[in-house]
Design a binder for this molecule. Sequence first.
Ligand SMILES: Nc1ncnc2c1ncn2[C@@H]1O[C@H](COP(=O)(O)OP(=O)(O)O)[C@@H](O)[C@H]1O
Ligand SMILES: [Mg+2]
Length: 334
Amino acid sequence: MGRITLHGVTKNFGDTEVIRPLDLEIEDGEFVVFVGPSGCGKSTLLRLIAGLEDVTAGRIEIDGVDATGVPPAKRGLAMVFQSYALYPHMSVRKNIAFPMRMAGLDKAEQNRRIESAAAALNLTDYLDRRPGQLSGGQRQRVAIGRAIVREPAAFLFDEPLSNLDAALRVGMRMEISELHTRLKTTMVYVTHDQVEAMTMADKIVVLQHGVIEQVGSPLDLYREPRNLFVAGFIGSPKMNLMTGEEAERRQAATMGIRPEHITASPTEGLWQGTVGVSEHLGSDTFFHVHLDGRADPVTVRAGGEVSLHHGDMIYLTPDESRIHRFDAQGMRLA
Ligand SMILES: Nc1ncnc2c1ncn2[C@@H]1O[C@H](COP(=O)(O)OP(=O)(O)O)[C@@H](O)[C@H]1O
Ligand SMILES: [Mg+2]
């Protein structure tokens, strides 16, 4: 079991409120991602759950039992960090076994769990190596192995892939998702990368300045961001946001339209502009279009092999059914 409930959890460092009173329900078996810009309090929130920091106020329950004052080792949770913190002089096997040795588990049970974790993580052939003889991705898998053998109620990951290069990150992302499918154990995962959040999460918690801006499934947040912050944060490239006349004719202070919800044409459309920077990705092209009288270019997604060039005339038409409207406070209008 791994149900985690936060009631009014608050954290101050001196005079600084890092986590504002916050409520959150993490269901057993759920993959929950905390996402937000650097410094918004993601790691602090995870460390409060882990017990590595004490709450200033509020209560944390694990499976319905108050865990607020319980020391980290007794919470039944396992944390995986960005820095793998492996023992360089120990073999992979010994690194993975370490928490079980500390807990005094018998040798046969230790071996059973090591074999099983190694199989799940494709580390079987590497058990006798030392961390220095492994790639970054393999080292991170060893760190995850060390968490798995503890058979925790939940895994807590703090930016575990940030030290890996881009290609490896994509691979590890899928491995962790597969691991979650297989183990069905609660995972709480911190990242500043909205693509990681979108691809891995059952439930995303968007944080800014220690406040939860929105909680929902990736598609909930994509379809119905509840404010301008979430609208700008979720989705890549970012949602186009426009104020002034275009927003006003749709009875909003700000209107938003995603690049993939605009049609581009060389001959006709609602908005006329000129092509600025183009990003050719092969599968898609992103055109940054300068509209008359607007400072910020509008980004539009077009087909991969559309041939339009810098300075060419282009016409854009937003899909009216996909326009997001926000009030003067930046909150979503129905
Ligand atoms: N031990 C600490 N003492 C004082 N301030 C801290 C401490 N840990 C974190 N902070 C501050 O709390 C805020 C949130 O930090 P953190 O949770 O690490 O953010 P994130 O993980 O989202 O980047 C930051 O402003 C950071 O400087
Ligand atoms: Mg952090």
